[in-house]
Design a protein around this ligand. Structure first.
Ligand code: GCW
Length: 722
């Protein structure tokens, strides 16, 4: 009889398990799936640790934290903790001023160390029992702490002897949405804008709440909701009422709203004759507009400005400087504690000898001239979010100016939302770069954290990859780029490996048969894409139309620095952009150590070779191969690595749900086709200059160059209509 019961139980458990595996997953829940803990011993430990809980939730923000905790625990361990007093509870969650006797277990240094946004999660062991204390100075710290506490369950960490004191290393951790009022998204590959302007302010789409939850879970505290190519309609009363409705949702999650503004708004919207930042009427117009915004949104974050770049108006339009423009807006925002994020992505309509030099040339002279609430937003590299760029020379060049890093999560140059590219290694490459501007080890990371000048404000921005697709980002793995941006903005010192590990566990499964191989693939994925798109320092050779696919032949797009030939300079003698002193001398913008490192061919890494040097096709690489053979080898290796990724993925079927498995499989097939497209088109094109064969051991391209050049692809996504 016993045996029979056991058998029935086993079968039932089996059905439940299969049921769980087969649970339809569409990716909507991101990394907040709160999947049931399957390890029996661990689940029992978890249940015991949170059986009774003290969590007074006085404010709306604490209620949100409280609900998230219960949502997570009931889903993961099937338990809703009972509310008890501090002494009766295994888990105590409260701000430091409300933890009673437990205060004596919090080291004196902690409140100052964790600051306003940080938290402490600590196991307190007394003779009677163990208590987990989750505390912070603020309600927001508690919310962040709750998400981090839940993460321990999600990644199957032990709860024994916890001692986690975390706080953000940067102040402004913002997503930049390039979303237009028409709901198109410039460079968006995951559907339309999630902001439903037509239905706002009346209808609050539950997505807004889930968006805010996801952001808060990784510490993102700001959202620039509209495109930097800004439409002035956002500043009209009708839209301010809609924006206020979003701000009211985001506030609970510690997220401030920012707006991109067009510099000519006083003319276009205000009917003034000029937008000259030194004009008194212009100043008054902005001041009144800012005051008006704050009447709707008392904690409005501030402005993001793209000025004098790609046709956008700016202070230079009126003979003024970036500092004049930024400070004028800064002064309007300062009384309300708002900030100005002023972009350094500038280039004018005159063809420069090297576009890579322009931002430095325009900003360096104004170091120290920007107001305290102005921060210069600098892309990771000096051209434009290419698959690989050396770090931007402005990092470290503005010691008396606040500087934040701008990263692109949306994969404009990394295969849109069909290519699996985990971007954290790209982000880390920039963060780890040593600028030498304040001696050795003055990395971009340290500069961004404000280590060299404590008076400055700090931050990181990520151009969002979010849209109306059910899974938010188009590709299930693109969610990892949103996730890792948040984690790195909070702590730029984290490793890409740790972030991938956490994300995979939370998003898919804790099964190491899945985690280990997929982590390896993720970590390798960006290099794969560099290999089949722009190896050895090549850059900006994508198709002119919508930046889709290869276009190394692009040579007439209205201006030279929008072509590909301007950047690769291939001819029968060689290939590459000479940025040494024999060429544009862009290298002079770096500190002497960095200059020397990149200038000297014996130290310049292969990865940056053609970014800084023009070299003969016969140039001998470190490998002993000629430059031509090495380049061909990289292109083939890149495409082959996608094949390899497909093989690995096919082995993953039994570990995850059917829907996401199939989706990734199908996307990988597209990625593989496109990798071959890139490879063949680029190799054939460069071969017209090198006049050398593709080594015999490589398969021949599928088509000839004329075929690739003739391809015209309509309706490429990401071309926002403003
Ligand atoms: O990368 C380029 C994009 C533009 C973008 C611009 C920018 C929003 O192709 O679409 O405009 O950069 O960063 O301002």
């Amino acid at each position: 009889m016993r045996v029979k019961i056991r058998l029935i139980l086993l079968i039932l458990a089996g059905i439940l398990l299969v049921g769980d595996m087969a649970r339809a997953e569409n990716g909507y829940e991101l990394w907040l799936r709160y999947a049931p803990v399957t390890d029996v011993a661990l689940k029992a430990q978890y249940q015991k640790s949170v059986k009774n809980i003290y969590f007074p939730a006085g404010s709306d923000r604490l209620k949100v934290a409280h609900d998230e905790l219960y949502r997570g625990l009931s889903s993961m361990i099937g338990l809703s903790p009972a509310q008890k007093t501090i002494s009766e509870s295994e888990l105590v969650i409260a701000t430091i001023d409300k933890i009673g006797n437990l205060r004596k277990y919090v080291p004196d240094s902690i409140p100052a160390k964790i600051g306003t946004d940080g938290f402490l999660i600590k196991t307190i062991t007394t003779s009677k029992k163990n208590t987990i204390l989750l505390t912070a100075n603020s309600d927001l710290g508690i919310l962040y702490g709750v998400f981090n506490f839940l993460k321990l369950f999600q990644i199957n960490s032990s709860l024994a002897a916890l001692n986690i004191a975390e706080y953000p290393k940067t102040m402004f951790r913002v997503l930049d949405h390039w979303d237009n009022p028409t709901r198109t998204v410039e460079r968006g590959y995951a559907g339309f804008s999630i902001w439903n302007w037509h239905k706002l302010p009346g209808y609050i789409d539950p997505r807004y709440i889930d968006y805010a939850r996801a952001n808060a879970s990784v510490g993102i505290n700001g959202s620039v909701i509209n495109n930097v190519n800004a439409n002035t309609i956002m500043l009209t009363p009708a839209y301010l009422a809609k924006i206020k409705a979003l701000a009211d949702v985001f506030r609970l999650y510690g997220i401030k709203i920012y707006l991109s503004v067009k510099f000519s708004s006083p003319v276009e919207l205000g009917g003034l004759k000029t937008a000259d930042p030194l004009d008194e009427d212009v100043k008054a117009w902005w001041k009144a507009k800012v005051d008006e915004i704050y009447r709707y949104i008392p904690d409005f974050g501030g402005f993001l400005v793209k000025a004098n770049s790609e046709g956008q108006p700016g202070p230079q339009t009126y003979g003024r400087t970036h500092a004049d423009g930024a400070n004028m807006l800064g002064k309007a925002l300062a009384p309300h504690h708002g900030i100005v994020m002023w972009r350094a992505f500038v280039y004018d309509d005159k063809v420069p000898d090297d576009r890579a030099k322009q931002a430095y040339n325009e900003f360096k002279p104004f170091d120290g001239k920007f107001d305290a609430n102005v921060i210069i937003q600098v892309k990771n590299g000096a051209i434009d979010f290419q698959p690989r760029e050396p770090f931007h020379p402005l990092f470290g060049a503005l010691p008396n100016t606040s500087v934040m890093l701008e990263l692109q999560l949306t994969q404009e140059y990394l295969g849109f939302s069909t290519h699996l590219v985990y971007e954290a290694p790209l982000f880390k490459e920039c963060l780890n770069a040593d600028t030498y501007t304040a001696g050795p080890n003055s990395t971009v990371e340290h500069i961004l954290e404000g280590r060299y000048n404590p008076k400055l404000i700090t931050g990181m921005a990520g151009v969002a990859n979010i849209g109306t697709d059910i899974n938010w980002c188009g590709h299930p793995f693109a969610q990892a780029n949103w996730y890792s941006f948040g984690r790195l903005a909070w702590n730029p010192g984290l490793s890409a490996t740790k972030i991938a590990d956490d994300w995979l566990r939370m998003t898919f499964t804790n099964d190491h048969h899945f985690i280990e191989p997929m982590k390896r693939e993720m970590l390798q994925s960006r290099e794969n894409t560099v290999n089949y798109m722009t190896p050895l320092g090549l850059h900006h050779i994508m198709g002119a139309n919508g930046h889709y696919g290869p276009g190394p032949w692009t040579d007439n797009t209205g201006r030279a620095d929008w072509t590909a030939v301007y950047y690769h300079k291939a001819d029968t003698n060689g290939v590459g952009f000479d940025r040494t002193r024999t060429g544009s001398n862009a290298l002079a913008q770096y500190s002497p150590q960095v200059q020397k490192y990149f200038e000297d061919l014996s130290t310049c890494p292969d990865e940056y070779l053609l970014w800084f040097h023009h070299l003969s096709w016969n140039y001998r690489m470190r490998s002993g191969k000629t430059l031509w053979d090495e380049m061909v080898e990289h292109y083939y290796r890149g495409a082959d690595s996608v094949k390899h990724m497909q093989l690995v993925w096919n082995l993953m079927e039994k570990y995850i749900d059917h829907d996401r498995f199939t989706q990734v499989k199908e996307l990988m097939a597209i990625q593989h086709d496109e990798a071959i497209w890139w490879r063949d088109a680029c190799v054939l094109y460069f071969q017209t200059f090198s006049r050398k064969p593709i080594p015999d051991n490589f398969e021949k391209p599928l088509h000839n160059l004329a075929y690739y050049r003739s391809l015209r692809i309509p309706n490429i996504p990401g071309q926002g209509i403003n």
